[in-house]
Design a protein around this ligand. Structure first.
Ligand SMILES: Cc1ncc(COP(=O)(O)O)c(C=O)c1O
Length: 389
C-alpha cells in the first residue's frame, strides 16, 4: 500500500540536498570545531557559514544566533535565561511573565516551572480562533513584567498570532519579547527587526532539516544567563561540543527555506484550501483555528461524534499519516489544552484531526484523503452511540 504523509507539523523528512550537505561532516570533516588544528578549523568554518544561513531566514545578524538541540531547548534558554539574568540584575523586581494559554509545552511547562520557583505568570486566554487579545495583553503588563512569550503560530490549529502588534507593545513598555517560531519559520516570512522580536526559537526538523538541531535568536544587547554550564561555547550561553552535521543541516535547511518560501507558500496554501473545502462537505465537520490567519500547511478539523484516536488509526490503515492534536500530546488521552482554550468541550476536542502538509505532498495525495475520509467518518459514526440520526 502506498503511504501518504500529512503530519509535517510533527516532523519533516530531511531534504536530499540537506543530507548531501551534512554527509562529509560525519566522516571527512569530523574535527571538533573548537580545536585549533586544520580538522577543527574546517568544521569551525562550516559551523560559522551555517550560522549566517540560519540568521538570514529571520533577517538577523549571524552573531545573534545560538545553536541548541531544538525548539524545546531554545524556549527553555530564552525564558529561564532572561528570567535568571533579570532577577540577578533587579533583585526581587521583574518577576512577571506574560504568555498565552495555547503555547507548546516547551514554553508552557517552562512557565509552570517558573511559577514553582517564585515567578508570576499570566496566561492570556484566546478567542475561538486561537488569537490573543492585544488590549488584554497590554492591560496585563505591570511594572514587574520583564517578558512576553507568545508563539508565532500554533502547532495544533495553525493560528498565526499578531506578532507585529505584540512586538510594538513590548517595545513601548520596555519588555523583552520572545516567540516560539518553530512552526512559522519557512512558512511565514520573518523579519525580527520589523517585528521587534528579541528572542526567537526555531527547530531544524520542522523545516526539512535533521532532528536534534535548533537555534535561539538573541537580539544584540539582550543578556541571558546560561542554563547549560560547561566549556563556555556560544558566548558562554550553550556549552557542549558542536553538533557539526546537525548545524550544517539546519543551515542548509534554512538556506533552502529562504529560497523556496514564496513558492512553498503558494503551493501549500493551494493544497490546504482544497483539503479544507472538500473536508468541510462532510456533515457536521468544522474547521479549528483562524480561517485566514493560519499556517499555509495546516488544516485542523473536528467532527461531531468522532473519536480522534480511532479516526487516526483508520486513516493509518488506509496509509494516511495524520495527527489528532500535536505530536507531543497525542499519546496522552487528555483533551488538548489548545482546543479547550478555544472553547471546545472535551468531547469536541477529542473528535479532532490535524492534517499538516509539506513540500512532498501532491494534489493526488489530497484527492485520496478527501475520497477516503468521508467513508471512515461515516463508519465510525455508525458505530457511535453519540450519532443517533
Ligand atoms: C510550536 C513548537 N514549539 C516547540 C516545539 C519543540 O521543538 P523540538 O522538537 O525541536 O524540541 C515544537 C515541536 O513540535 C513546536 O511545534
Amino acid at each position: 500500500m502506498e503511504r501518504i504523509y500529512m503530519d509535517y507539523g510533527a516532523s519533516t523528512p530531511v531534504d536530499k540536498e540537506v543530507i548531501e550537505e551534512m554527509m562529509p561532516y560525519f566522516d571527512k570533516f569530523y574535527g571538533n570545531p573548537s580545536s585549533i588544528h586544520s580538522f577543527g578549523r574546517e568544521a569551525f568554518d562550516a559551523v560559522e557559514e551555517s550560522r549566517k544561513k540560519i540568521a538570514d531566514i529571520i533577517c538577523a545578524n549571524e552573531d545573534e544566533m545560538v545553536f541548541t538541540s531544538g525548539g524545546t531547548e531554545s524556549d527553555n534558554l530564552a525564558i529561564k535565561g532572561i528570567a535568571f539574568r533579570n532577577k540577578k540584575k533587579r533583585g526581587s523586581k521583574g518577576t512577571h511573565i506574560i504568555t498565552s494559554a495555547i503555547e507548546h509545552p516547551g514554553v508552557l511547562t517552562t512557565c509552570k516551572y517558573m511559577e514553582k520557583i517564585g515567578f508570576n505568570v499570566k496566561y492570556l486566554p484566546v478567542d475561538k480562533h486561537g488569537l490573543i487579545d492585544i488590549k488584554e495583553l497590554e492591560d496585563a503588563i505591570s511594572k514587574d513584567t520583564f517578558l512576553i512569550t507568545i508563539m508565532f503560530a500554533n502547532n495544533e490549529i495553525g493560528t498565526i498570532e499578531p506578532m507585529e502588534k505584540i512586538g510594538k507593545i513590548a517595545k513601548e513598555h520596555d519588555v523583552i519579547f520572545h516567540t516560539d517560531a518553530v512552526q512559522a519559520v519557512g512558512k511565514v516570512p520573518i523579519d525580527v527587526n520589523k517585528l521587534n522580536i528579541d528572542l526567537l526559537a526555531l527547530s531544524s526538523h520542522k523545516i526539512y532539516g535533521p532532528k536534534g538541531a535548533g537555534a535561539l535568536y538573541v537580539r544584540n544587547g539582550v543578556k541571558l544567563q546560561t542554563i547549560v554550564h560547561g566549556g563556555g561555547l556560544e558566548k558562554g550561553l550553550r556549552s557542549s561540543t558542536y553538533n557539526t552535521p546537525g548545524v550544517v543541516g539546519l543551515g542548509k535547511a534554512c538556506e533552502l527555506g529562504k529560497i523556496r518560501i514564496k513558492k512553498d507558500m503558494v503551493y501549500l496554501k493551494n493544497l490546504r484550501d482544497m483539503l479544507i473545502k472538500d473536508i468541510l462537505k462532510i456533515e457536521e465537520s468544522y474547521l479549528n483555528g483562524h480561517p485566514e490567519k493560519r499556517l499555509v500547511n495546516n488544516a485542523h478539523f473536528r467532527f461531531t461524534a468522532i473519536e480522534g484516536e480511532s479516526l487516526n488509526l483508520m486513516l493509518d490503515g488506509k496509509g494516511i499519516a495524520a495527527a489528532t492534536g500535536s505530536a507531543c500530546s497525542s499519546k496522552k488521552l487528555q483533551a488538548s489544552h489548545v482546543l479547550l482554550a478555544i472553547g471546545l468541550k472535551p468531547e469536541e476536542a477529542h473528535g479532532s484531526l490535524r492534517l499538516t502538509l509539506g513540500r512532498m505532498n501532491t494534489k493526488e495525495d489530497v484527492e485520496y484523503v478527501v475520497e477516503v475520509l468521508p467513508e471512515i467518518v461515516q463508519n465510525l459514526r455508525n458505530m457511535s452511540p453519540l450519532w443517533n440520526r
